[in-house]
Design a binder for this molecule. Structure first.
Ligand SMILES: Nc1ncnc2c1ncn2[C@@H]1O[C@H](COP(=O)(O)OP(=O)(O)OP(=O)(O)O)[C@@H](O)[C@H]1O
Ligand SMILES: [Mg+2]
Length: 234
């Protein structure tokens, strides 16, 4: 990746859905180019935290910075498309009527990247996720693991400064989850992008992350530093 990675800093961020306080004064820093895994029980606010990062929700208290740039506060929120990030969800979120290549090319189309460059970058991105031969297929003609690779290629193609993952492997069976997790860890380290990775699976977090952050009932409860295992067999 050619662009320099940025830090992500949550400072005193709170969020409630009505009277239900989900996040309570969250302070969290993600170093530039590092991978933080966010772990915690169902309903503790992991996806809410990612949505605040992505710009799908606005903090009710506190500030969010990417590097020196103020991204959101209770006063304003930078729109998602101006945050320079890529996202991968649990359910792949691919467009069924588009081919693999069209799905992957979409972020570049939005940025008006010329056709020839777009095609070249699609080939590179698909190659990176091991799907070079699948460009013409529809998502429905792929396995779950292959669909998630397409979503990953789409997330990285525009070389975003930050990558967000919300339980991307939890729909896959155990063996596939493990092998794709190791591949993703290696890809993320090659790219050097700052990443926040939500999971229920501690083993996955240990494979992928530099740091594990535990969230419990809306408060960051523990931070564990993990030795990276990039590329090593597990
Ligand atoms: N749009 C919404 N309106 C009201 N409450 C919501 C909304 N979205 C989430 N919540 C509630 O906020 C809390 C946190 O939800 P969130 O989706 O962040 O949890 P999570 O940690 O991602 O859980 P899981 O591991 O099950 O995905 C939950 O109690 C949830 O019911
Ligand atoms: Mg969730």
């Amino acid at each position: 990746m050619t662009r320099s990675p940025v830090s992500v800093v949550f400072n005193g961020i709170s969020y409630a859905f009505g009277s239900h306080q989900v996040l309570n004064h969250i302070d969290l820093s993600v170093e530039p180019g590092s991978i933080v895994a966010l772990l915690g029980p169902s309903g503790c606010g992991k996806s809410t935290l990612l949505k605040l990062l992505a710009g799908l929700l606005q903090p009710q208290q506190g500030t969010l910075h990417f590097g020196d740039r103020l991204i959101a506060s209770d006063q304003f929120s930078t729109p998602p498309e101006q945050r320079d990030l890529g996202m991968v969800f649990q359910d792949y979120a691919l467009w069924p009527h588009m081919s693999v290549a069209q799905n992957v090319a979409f972020p570049l189309l939005m940025r008006r990247v010329p056709t020839q460059e777009r095609q070249q970058r699609v080939i590179t991105a698909l190659d990176r996720v091991g799907l070079a031969d699948f460009a013409g297929r529809r998502p429905s003609d792929l396995s779950g693991g292959q669909q998630q690779r397409v979503a990953l290629a789409r997330a990285i193609i525009a070389e975003p400064k930050i990558l967000l993952f919300d339980e991307p492997l939890s729909n896959l069976d155990r063996d596939l989850r493990e092998s794709l997790c190791v591949e993703m860890a290696s890809l993320l380290r090659q790219l050097g992008t700052t990443a926040v990775y939500v999971t229920h699976d501690r083993h996955e977090a240990e494979i992928l992350a530099d740091r594990i952050v535990w969230l419990s009932v809306g408060t960051v409860s523990a931070i564990q530093t993990v030795t990276p295992l990039s590329g090593e067999p597990v």
